[in-house]
Design a protein around this ligand. Structure first.
Ligand code: NAD
Ligand code: TYD
Length: 334
């Protein structure tokens, strides 16, 4: 029976994780610390709201007093809270440094005094970009080379976690995962933006030439990977987590969506590219497979269809978020 402190549990992945964890580990309890920024939404957690093992505290990970108190009550910290959107980091990087770097520092400092385990959720974007025409993949040994303020701030947080391990003996694990997709993802992100645009009769907006490759990981496979690491991961270890999408590029994803939604390709609009846009991400997940027996179970094509259905059936969830998300793209001209 463990007490988990989850940060950022009202966001996309954190809320999926909390629901997943309480269903798989009903004996455990979870406290969710979340500042409810534009990306945080208590509606994501409707199914656990009445669970006596779940409690929510609205608060900022930069608040040392709150963090100290909650860390004091926990056996393990699972740290999701972050500013997570690359396009927002280009328009306003400061919040990314504050939350992702300084917020992680505040948590680490509290955790090292309690000597409990810290699990850090990070991204494959810290490694930079791979070439389109190569078969290369990121591994745990790939050097860091982030290109966006978002990925640079996540890289800094990863370095801080390892430095606390080496300097203060902090017990930690890190997962660097690829692009997630699935229910409750904010409509500012690529797949939900395309589905909700099409639902509104709008075109899908493809950046640049569309030949940008992401390694799509279903959010439930990500939750299963974190579970495997928390149960049997080695302290001080990093695990890369990736999906089954096989080098599909953004234009191909857009076409698949149009096909599943019975719409024609004239709904594709090519828009201005993102500055510093990483060409290709691909993750070699053989360490977590070999050491912990994890592998992704949700195929990209099938679960893309499920994701479309989820957004079609949950307009009441995304509708209030859509207008503000599109305001962002008015500012960036995309
Ligand atoms: P999200 O933007 O959907 O959610 C972030 C959550 O953190 C929100 O609930 C927000 O309110 C909360 N938050 C932000 N700043 C906070 C602060 N200062 N104090 C407390 N709470 C705060 O993000 P997500 O997509 O769920 O990503 C979760 C984690 O996974 C992040 O660390 C992100 O870097 C990482 N990650 C995400 C992806 C992806 O594809 N979404 C891929 C790789 C890694
Ligand atoms: P995104 O979901 O923002 O994730 P990330 O930048 O963290 O990979 O974008 C995924 C890919 O889709 C990325 O190559 C940028 C591209 N993209 C578009 O082409 N159009 C869009 O409207 C958005 C939001 C993203």
């Amino acid at each position: 029976m463990s007490k988990l402190l989850v940060t950022g549990g009202a966001g996309f992945i954190g809320s999926n994780f909390i629901s997943y964890w309480l269903s798989q580990h009903p004996e455990d309890s979870i406290t969710n610390l979340d500042a409810l920024t534009y990306a945080g939404n208590e509606a994501n957690l409707a199914d656990v709201q009445d669970n006596s093992k779940y409690s929510f505290l609205k608060g900022n990970i930069l608040d040392k007093e709150i963090v100290g108190r909650l860390v004091g009550e926990a056996d393990i910290v699972v740290h999701f809270a972050a500013e997570s959107h690359v396009d927002r980091s280009i328009l306003g990087p400061e919040a990314f440094v504050e939350t992702n770097v300084k917020g992680t520092f505040v948590l680490l400092d509290a955790v090292r005094q309690r000597k409990i385990h810290f699990h850090h959720i990070s991204t494959d974007e810290v490694f930079g970009a791979l070439a389109l025409d190569s078969a290369e993949k990121f591994t745990e040994a790939t050097p860091y080379y982030p290109h966006s303020p978002y990925s640079a701030s996540k890289a800094a947080s990863d370095h801080l976690v390892r430095a606390y391990g080496d300097t203060y003996g902090l017990a930690y694990t890190i997962t660097n995962c690829s692009n997630n997709f699935g229910p409750y993802q904010h409509p500012e992100k690529f797949i939900p933006r395309m589905i909700t645009n099409l639902s509104d009769g709008q075109p899908v907006k493809v950046y640049g030439d569309g030949k940008y490759v992401r390694d799509w990981l279903h959010v439930l496979d990500h939750c299963r990977a974190i579970d495997a690491v928390l149960q049997s991961g080695k302290s001080g270890e990093t695990y890369l987590v990736g999906g089954m999408s096989n080098d599909v590029n953004n234009l191909e994803v857009a076409k698949l969506l149009l096909q599943h939604m019975n719409l024609s390709e004239d709904k594709i609009e090519f828009v201005k590219d993102r500055p510093g846009h990483d060409r290709r991400y691909a993750v070699d997940w053989s360490r977590i497979n070999k050491d912990l027996g994890w592998e992704p179970e949700h195929s990209f094509e099938e679960w893309l269809k499920e994701t479309i259905t989820w957004y079609q059936q949950n307009e009441a969830w995304w509708r209030p978020l859509k207008e503000e998300a599109e305001q962002l793209y008015v500012k960036s001209g995309q």
